[in-house]
Unconditional design. Structure first.
Length: 311
């Protein structure tokens, strides 16, 4: 196996640079090839993946969800797609939590060199790829409006502070949604699309039917009904995603959403576009390393324990 490590030196508090020597030593001891690339701009990770003349078996991403998103948008454009491995060095680290990856980097590297990857769905919003969430409305601007300084200083707490501030903003968007052979029109405060059981650093323990390889994407609509709508959004997170009778949940392989141009769309924490969008599921488009527990919980039919494999 040949590995490429792409790391964002600005993610988290820059701890990745302290860990680089022991990461390199780990691969040296196993006689495995590891190349390392430090990102220098927001799109550098994607561009490096696309322009690299060397073919890698696995790309490791050390950073937060934004760095993972950038790399994924490179990997999914390749004819020969490497396995994705995530090393959590960000603030929220939603992707690594969903995949069951812990902060113990050495144990994670052991997993990535001795286990079989899983095939999971990816998703496409217009021409942008994402892995677990697409949203517009209340709370969705926080991830890209928040300052890097606040994240490094306060970590996850910075997201909660910005969330409280966002409650003072008004969100009421007319949305016309075609999904599969069905159609719905609503004025919404929040459209929250999810493929897994975590978003914005908040675990959604009761979204147990969400699977990473079922070929479907799920959208939760929160209707705009004054301040009551904001309470319903808060209630959704307080009950950790437990479904109630008033919830509007749509599932499909495709969504065509028509709305006004001032609606800003967020995918995996990144601002993607405004206005009308199309979302498509890309079934089992990406191989990723996951913990055995995450495989059992989030793959269709569950999974046996990961096999021990020496590369």
């Amino acid at each position: 196996m040949t590995y490429l490590l792409i790391y964002n030196p600005k993610s988290g508090k820059g701890n990745i640079q302290k860990d680089l020597p022991k990461i390199q030593a780990f691969f040296n001891e196993k006689n495995l090839t590891l190349d390392i690339h430090e990102t220098i701009s927001q799109d550098d990770a994607k561009n490096y993946v696309l322009r690299s003349k060397k073919v890698y078996d696995c790309v490791l991403v050390a950073g937060g969800d934004g760095t993972v998103s950038t790399v994924v948008n490179g990997l999914l454009k390749l004819d020969q797609k490497p396995i994705l491995g995530v090393l959590p060095y960000g603030s929220a680290n939603d992707v690594s939590h969903i995949l069951g990856i812990k902060r113990n980097i050495m144990k994670t590297l052991e997993l990535y060199t001795t286990s079989e990857p899983a095939e999971i769905d990816a998703y496409q919003m217009n021409d942008h790829y994402f892995l677990y969430t697409a949203a517009a409305g209340l709370f969705t601007r926080i991830s890209y409006d928040i300052s890097r300084q606040s994240l490094n200083q306060f970590g996850q707490i910075a997201y909660y502070v910005e969330g409280i501030k966002d409650l003072t903003s008004e969100y009421a968007f007319d949305m016309d949604i075609q999904y599969g052979d069905k159609h719905i029109q609503k004025k919404v405060t929040l459209l929250l699309g999810l493929s897994a059981n975590r978003v914005g650093g908040i675990p959604l323990f009761f979204k147990t039917k969400s699977k990473l390889d079922d070929g479907l994407f799920e959208i939760n609509l929160f209707e705009s009904k004054g301040f009551l709508s904001k309470l319903r959004v808060l209630s959704f997170f307080i009950r950790f995603g437990r479904k109630v009778s008033s919830d509007i949940v749509l599932k499909s392989q495709t969504f065509h959403i028509h709305t006004s141009q001032d609606v800003r769309w967020n995918a995996d924490g990144e601002h993607v576009c405004n206005g009308h969008i199309e979302i498509n599921v890309l079934p089992k488009a990406l191989k990723v390393f996951m913990s055995s527990r995450a495989k059992r919980k989030l793959l269709v039919g569950g999974s046996n324990e990961t096999k021990s494999v020496v590369y």
